[in-house]
Design a protein around this ligand. Structure first.
Ligand SMILES: [Zn+2]
Length: 329
């Protein structure tokens, strides 16, 4: 029992738990100490301290203090045993969304600090600062995330569990432009596009999530489906806000269901690459969509192009609109 208790507290650090409960705090003094408003009594000046290293809290306002179990007892009005059951269920659910959000925020802060990242975005035609912010584009320089998140009080176990840190203990994403992937409004993954010589596309373990920004796109009677985030970025920049992205030509079952959730027209705008794989995928997908009563049209970009290169090499919104209108059924 005693050993299980310690393991539970390690698996679900107090600070992680508080953050999941939307407690906001700022670091104070020595590394690993945080202060914020007390969740246990009403106050306007922060007096609730958490020592992430010792996994303990203390409030100078109401005088309460202790470990995670004690906090749950007090905040949820549960007995010791009930608190334990509650926390065991919670930690079994293992919610990586919070730490993914923290990682994404960190990567967004790095974007302006590394000229190679800004240069890469420029080369891909993504210039609008408001769009960069809206798409939550970040940069993973590599070798800095782990230290940052540990200093924020995250456990190494949690970082490994999300895949942000690999089994060797190093940052997984290295020299990559990073986009968050969401499902039902929760961040479930990060996609990293290499700006160097490493393999181009990389996800953390787990699902790649919904069609990108589906909540804002789904109400359009017609949608443009692209395979890459940089395709989507230039289309949004050019005013085609009804573009969404499947992150690859293979849609997950959930992504396919999303396209079919009401009658609509889908403009399949996959790469026109030399080996024909993008167009083969588009053709197969258009058959499957039609079987579900969805109007599918294949947009034929000039040979060798994807939507990103089309715009980067001088194509404009009017020309792209003509391609949409000419797209065969
Ligand atoms: Zn208090």
């Amino acid at each position: 029992m005693g050993e299980g208790l310690e393991q539970l507290k390690q698996r679900l650090p107090l600070l992680d738990y508080l953050r999941q409960q939307n407690w906001t705090a700022r670091p104070v003094g020595r590394a690993g100490e945080f202060v914020g408003l007390c969740p246990l009594h009403a106050e306007t000046r922060p007096s609730f301290y958490v020592n992430a290293r010792r996994n303990l809290f203390y409030c100078h306002g109401c005088g309460q203090g202790g470990d995670l179990i004690r906090f749950v007892e007090l905040s949820q009005h549960l007995s010791f045993r009930q608190s334990l059951t509650y926390l065991e269920q919670l930690s079994a659910e293992a919610d990586p969304a919070a730490v993914l959000r923290q990682a994404s925020a960190f990567y967004q802060q790095q974007l302006d600090r590394y000229p190679e990242a800004s240069h890469y975005l420029e080369r891909r035609g993504v210039r609008d600062p408001a769009l960069i912010q809206e798409l939550q584009i970040g940069y993973a320089p590599g070798g800095r995330l782990r230290r940052h998140l540990l200093a924020q009080g995250c456990s190494l176990d949690l970082l490994r569990h999300t895949g942000l840190v690999n089994p060797q203990g190093h940052d997984t994403l290295y020299q990559r432009v990073v986009f968050p992937c969401c499902q039902d409004g929760r961040m479930v993954n990060l996609y990293g596009r290499s700006i160097g010589t490493a393999f181009a596309h990389r996800f953390l373990p787990g699902t790649k999530g919904d069609l990108f920004a589906w909540e804002s796109v789904r109400h359009f009677p017609s949608v443009i489906l692209v395979e890459g985030m940089f395709d989507l970025a230039v289309l949004w920049q050019a005013g085609f806000r009804h573009a969404t992205c499947s992150l690859g030509t293979h849609l997950t079952a959930d992504q396919f269901q999303q396209l079919c959730d009401r009658p609509r027209t889908v403009y399949l705008t996959f790469d026109v690459d030399a080996n024909g794989s993008g167009q083969q995928a588009a053709q197969a997908l258009s058959h499957r969509l039609r079987a579900q009563g969805i109007t599918a049209r294949r947009v034929l970009l000039p040979p060798g192009h994807d939507p990103n290169s089309f715009f980067v090499q001088g194509g404009d919104a009017r020309q792209f609109q003509s391609l949409l209108e000419a797209a065969p059924l």
